[in-house]
Write a protein that binds this ligand. Structure first.
Ligand SMILES: Cc1cc2nc3c(=O)[nH]c(=O)nc-3n(C[C@H](O)[C@H](O)[C@H](O)COP(=O)(O)O)c2cc1C
Length: 221
């Protein structure tokens, strides 16, 4: 059991949002094993409302270009509403992780457009997973699919694969639905770009902090 705890904590600690990938592809059988493992995530009524469309090779390149062009030309139209605001500590955490990234890559704080456009180039990842949930299952379907996303990222880490979840990509849900000919009944929740991270790239050289247990846990009795 101690080994299981160590293994799990190791995966949770080692995972980070990778923002620069090497071009080497992830073998197809490894992709299948990651998705199969993520599918072990729990869901209300075991409905398993998640679906992923995963690209390889030329399909990734075609999507990368189409998405970048769309992001330059169109206004965001996400399926899920973006947060209204980030009050108090939430806003501070948001600013801190933004500053960490901009400091790491040496970008002035008032010139962020170029770095944020890297989202739409999928940070040069060789693969992207478009994460969808069945719209009829509503917010709980999306919540279940969030669990799937975390399981995907931890399973990927267990296979030595780096990931980044990207809500920014889901801002162009109508274009994504059309590009991959996805059913109208699916919500586009986020993307997960993945592959093998470039450890020497400045964007991968910082790690985010977490709030202390006292800010999370309200233990009674
Ligand atoms: C649902 C979700 C959406 C995210 N969207 C983006 C995104 O669009 N662009 C980005 O650079 N990071 C994105 N992130 C990464 C977060 O910024 C990152 O998880 C957070 O700062 C904690 O850092 P860590 O993942 O390195 O531990 C997203 C993360 C999640 C879970």
């Amino acid at each position: 059991m101690a080994d299981a705890v160590e293994t799990l904590l190791g995966l949770l600690r080692d995972r980070y949002s990778c923002r620069a990938f090497r071009p080497d592809p992830v073998p197809g059988d490894v992709i299948s094993r990651i998705v199969e493992a993520a599918g072990r995530a729990p869901s209300w009524c075991n409905a398993q409302p998640w679906h992923v469309t995963v690209t390889q090779a030329a399909q990734t390149e075609a999507f990368r270009h189409a998405l970048s062009d769309t992001a330059k030309a169109q206004v965001p139209a996400p399926d899920l509403p973006w947060p209204d605001s980030y009050p108090g500590a939430y806003g501070e955490r948001r600013r801190t992780c933004g500053y960490q990234l901009y400091d790491a890559v040496g970008i002035a704080r008032d010139d962020r457009t170029e770095q944020s456009m890297r989202n739409f180039a999928l940070f040069d990842a060789p693969h992207v997973a478009i994460v969808q949930s069945e719209a009829a299952l509503g917010p709980y379907g999306a919540m279940d699919t969030g669990g799937f996303v975390t399981a995907f990222m931890l399973a990927a880490r267990a296979h030595g694969v780096d990931t980044i979840a990207q809500a920014s990509v889901a801002a162009y849900a109508p274009m994504i639905r059309a590009h991959f000919e996805l059913p109208e009944t699916r919500l586009i929740l986020c993307a997960i770009s993945f592959g093998y991270g470039d450890p020497d790239h400045p964007a991968n050289r910082f790690r985010t902090e977490r709030a202390g247990l006292d800010e999370i846990l309200d233990l009674r009795g």
